[in-house]
Ligand binder design. Structure first.
Ligand SMILES: [Cu+2]
Length: 654
């Protein structure tokens, strides 16, 4: 090797190694304890004011919940007009109004693979009372330009790129869509872009043929196509806000009115699955829905859960009868669409419920809250309404679902207490990093209404505290700030205290990744939870090391973008930390084989060495003994290993 060549190789190796060590050090700050102590367990607590009514809400950073309302006469003003967006600080229990520009009334949203949140679609410009404004370009009562065909985006909230915790983030308009979408659904795709589906031109309680938009498109636009959907075209009038999930197979699950299909968005073809059973789940029937946690035990197979809604048939969605007195459905069903085309009955709810959100908790259970026992989503001026509300008999009691419990025993209200705040149409909820649940919204009105109405425009923010909340939280060290799709495993350490004084609790420890999603209209678009493969080494001093694998090497299982990671010991979660899943870019995500994990073992306390004691094989055995070599250049950890290897090779050569 000549000198120049040698120098170049050395420079390249150094660069690689600097790059590698930057990533090697890239772990998140050790999470601490919740700031709230002695929380009322199983109960709701009113903690603050949402500034604008929370029709849409999402956790953007560890400290900020972003709230988006429709244009209406909220008392808080910004730039001389009523505000309809806000940034709510969890540490301050208050915040600031934001100017989201267009009328975001019944928009959709999701977070992209680069950490950018999108808010898509909405309504035309309105004036007081929600009636059409004189100008669609702003000015007037609310200065709310038409939002029907706009993308509104908020720049990245990723902890790695732009934490936004200094109140510097603002909503900005991006390229408008070519078609109008009021009530669209968004889902993030495996390359970090998003699919935008459905909606209508001018809104209403339900959709109609003269204003239907039964199509989908991709953002950022690729070929610019707006593709007609068979299932959306054939499910009027209840095809707004279709229920949509990216499946590990790469197909998009689509549920609308009574119909179900799998969409292959790459070939633009749909395959029908069996009809929904028992009840309509989409808006305005508004059943709760979620994907159950993806785990090594279920081989990362997606099962979807639907609960409540309304059993109205397509010809019954008329407003000439007392919908608000009609019993909501108590039915729950599951489907595992990559394996079966049929729904199966699950344990029913103790009472019918419309507008009950399902929120994934880090302990693997699912909280249902909000909603009403009779009626549906929506509002109007008919004389049978409850001061405009199409629902009545709010359900204040939450209930918790355990996906791993045997059938017949999945629902429980043990230790739970009711809220004092009805959460009717236009309310929402999201999981927070401290493991509590943020609840706000409720406004079944055309405009701000607080006087002489049964269900006023609601600004109260509540937290719900699950049973684990007051426990000392594990404080794991070593969680990577970026998780790749496959690659080498990483080590996370827990102290004796983190394991509640007994090293054997490491056997009941999990590392979970949760995307909390975009909450609106009883959906949490994009909400998803995945348990990482791991094994463990328990030490004689009572501490332990978790050997944690990266994400499964299939971005369709859990799409790229920011997410929370929790380490859960005996059902008690650490504070969630924010990490980036994937490359942080909207692109085909690099993948590599998963590592083979060391065998799990716990040292017997008396033996003083770690070879004795419990020894079980690692979860999810793998194909490659030398995954770093096998996945060379396929992922950041592989690069890291490659960099260090080349450096040590070179130092012996030079
Ligand atoms: Cu709405």
């Amino acid at each position: 090797m000549d000198r120049t060549h040698r120098r170049n190789v050395r420079a390249a190796a150094m660069a690689l190694s600097l790059f590698a060590s930057a990533f090697a050090q890239s772990t998140v700050t050790k999470p601490g304890q919740p700031s709230k102590t002695n929380a009322p367990l199983g109960q709701f607590e009113i903690v603050g004011d949402s500034i604008v009514s929370a029709q849409q809400l999402f956790l953007g950073t560890l400290d900020k919940v972003y709230i988006v309302d429709k244009t209406e006469g909220n008392p808080t003003k910004i730039n001389g007009h009523p505000a309809w967006a806000a940034e709510y600080s969890l540490s301050k229990n208050g915040g600031r109004p934001m100017d989201i520009v267009t009328n975001s009334f019944c928009a959709g949203g999701t977070v992209l693979g680069n950490g950018t949140w999108l808010n898509v679609g909405g309504n035309q410009a309105v004036k007081v009372g929600g009636v059409q404004a004189d100008s669609q370009n702003g000015g007037g009562d609310y200065d709310d330009p038409d939002g029907g065909n706009s993308y509104v985006q908020r720049l990245t909230t990723s902890a790695l790129i732009n934490p936004c915790d200094d109140e510097s983030c603002e909503w900005v308009i991006t390229t408008p869509m070519t078609t109008r979408r009021w009530y669209p659904t968004l889902e993030t795709l495996e390359d970090g872009s998003a699919i935008i589906l459905g909606g209508c031109d001018w809104g209403g309680y339900v959709n109609s043929a003269d204003q239907d938009n039964p199509t989908w498109e991709i953002f950022p636009p690729t070929d610019g196509d707006v593709v007609k959907s068979d299932i959306l075209s054939s499910t009027l009038p209840v095809n707004l806000y279709p229920l949509t999930w990216m499946l590990p197979s790469g197909k998009i699950f689509l549920q609308s009115n009574w119909k179900t299909a799998l969409l292959d968005y790459k070939t633009k073809k749909e395959t029908a699955l069996d009809d929904m059973i028992d009840a309509v789940r989409v808006y305005p029937a508004s059943g709760g829905s979620t994907m159950l946690p993806l785990t090594p035990d279920n081989n990362y197979t997606a099962t979807l859960l639907f609960c409540g809604g309304s059993n109205l048939q397509s010809d019954q969605w008329k407003t000439n009868w007392d919908i608000a007195a009609y019993n909501a459905s108590d039915s729950c069903v599951r489907i595992t669409p990559d394996e079966s085309s049929s729904y199966v009955e699950d344990d029913p709810l103790p009472e019918g419920r419309s507008m009950g959100n399902l929120i994934l908790l880090p302990n693997g259970k699912i909280l249902m809250l909000n909603g009403a026992q009779t009626g549906t989503a929506g509002y109007g001026t008919e004389d049978w309404t409850l001061n405009e509300s199409y629902a009545d008999n709010p359900i204040l009691m939450p209930i918790i679902y355990d996906p791993s419990a045997e059938k017949g025993k999945r629902w429980s209200r043990d230790g739970l207490s009711p809220s004092t705040v009805p959460r009717m149409y236009h309310s929402g909820a999201t999981l927070l990093p401290d493991g509590s649940v943020f609840v706000s919204g409720s406004n079944p009105h055309a405009d701000y209404a607080v006087k002489n109405v049964k269900f006023p425009t609601e600004y109260r923010v509540e937290h719900f505290y699950p049973s684990y909340f007051n426990e000392r939280r594990p404080e794991p060290v070593g969680i990577l700030s970026t998780l790749s799709y496959g690659g080498d495993y990483f080590n996370v350490t827990l102290t004796k205290d983190d394991l509640f004084g007994d090293v054997n609790n490491v056997k009941n420890t999990k590392v979970v990744v949760i995307r909390t999603g975009f909450s609106t209209h009883t959906m949490n678009m994009g909400q998803r939870m995945l348990e990482l493969q791991m094994s463990y080494t328990g030490n004689t001093d009572g501490s332990a090391t978790l050997h944690v694998n990266q994400m499964p090497p299939n971005p369709s299982t859990f799409q790229p973008g920011p997410a929370l990671v929790f380490v859960v010991v005996n059902g008690v979660p650490s504070m969630g930390v924010q990490v980036m899943i994937g490359s942080g870019k909207i692109e085909a995500q690099p993948t590599a084989k998963l590592a083979t994990l060391p065998s799990s073992q716990v040292a017997a306390a008396s033996s003083g060495n770690s070879t004795s004691g419990d020894n079980s094989s690692a979860q999810g055995s793998n194909d490659s003994k030398n995954s770093a070599a096998a996945g060379l250049f396929g992922s950041i950890p592989s690069l890291l290993v490659a960099g260090l290897l080349s450096l040590s090779l070179l130092s012996s050569l030079l």
